[in-house]
Design a protein around this ligand. Structure first.
Ligand code: DX5
Ligand code: ZN
Length: 234
């Protein structure tokens, strides 16, 4: 299992996004938060800006859609060149159709769950996904404190992925920092979104390296890396 770091440009300088994309060259993905002021009480960027970011970014773009009606809009982000497109299951009327439409448009497909949305009931969708995003804050804003109450859900999601032999990355987003990333990795996450921790650091690229090292060490000792061990045996 490979650790991946996806800095969120929500905490970058919106007047200098192209420049700030160049400050995370050590990362694996550029995480772009699309908010529509309906699904979440905040407004960021939409399709034209994401399309421009795809062209300007040295890293593949990981589009996180916090928007209403992703069934209608999500495939367009894949067509615009985002390498990964994640929609919220709470907003989707037809998550399976939407997942397949994103894949058909050539992107990896992610499905996101807010902190209070249980994983139970969605396990059978794992085969349709490349990535499961578990929010570790209420979506909408950067800089919020990490919600420890999501950790058991991360463990259950990792167990569900392992139990099905599914090749699904498990992403966490919200409040991820040098203080919290090890908890996430130990619980089973392998893709880490960090906004304020990376762009609030004096050297974002150096922070990417620090976060990666912490996550790699933590996941190396994690239950889910040890064959046969179950989370309830810890
Ligand atoms: C929140 C966004 C996050 C946000 C994370 O709704 O989805 O990607 O940028 O920011 P931090 O890392 O500061 O919590
Ligand atoms: Zn996000």
């Amino acid at each position: 299992m490979t650790v991946q770091i996806a800095p969120s440009i929500l905490s970058a300088d919106f007047a200098n996004l192209a420049r700030d994309l160049g400050r995370i060259s050590e990362a694996d993905w550029a995480h772009v938060d699309v908010m529509d002021n309906h699904f979440v009480p905040n407004l960021t960027v939409g399709l034209p800006v994401v399309e421009a970011l795809v062209k300007a970014s040295p890293l593949p773009v990981d589009a996180h859609l916090m928007i209403a009606d992703p069934d209608r809009w999500a495939p367009g982000y894949a067509e615009a060149g985002a390498a990964s497109v994640t929609f919220h299951v709470e907003a989707a009327a037809a998550p399976i159709r939407t997942a397949r439409a994103i894949r058909a448009a050539g992107a990896r497909v992610g499905m996101a769950l807010k902190p209070a949305t249980p994983i139970e009931g969605y396990e059978d969708l794992l085969g349709e996904l490349d990535l499961l995003l578990l929010m570790t804050v209420e979506p909408g804003f950067g800089g919020q404190p990490f919600l420890d109450l999501v950790l058991p859900k991360i463990r259950r999601a990792r167990a569900a992925i392992a139990g099905r032999g599914a090749d699904v990355w498990l992403q966490v987003d919200g409040g991820v920092s040098a203080q919290t990333i090890e908890r996430c990795a130990e619980a089973g996450a392998d893709v880490f979104v960090a906004g304020s921790a990376v762009y609030g650091a004096p050297d974002p690229d150096r922070m990417v390296g620090e976060l990666r090292a912490l996550a790699e060490q933590a996941s190396a000792r994690a239950w889910w890396q040890q064959a046969g061990q179950r989370p309830d045996q810890e």
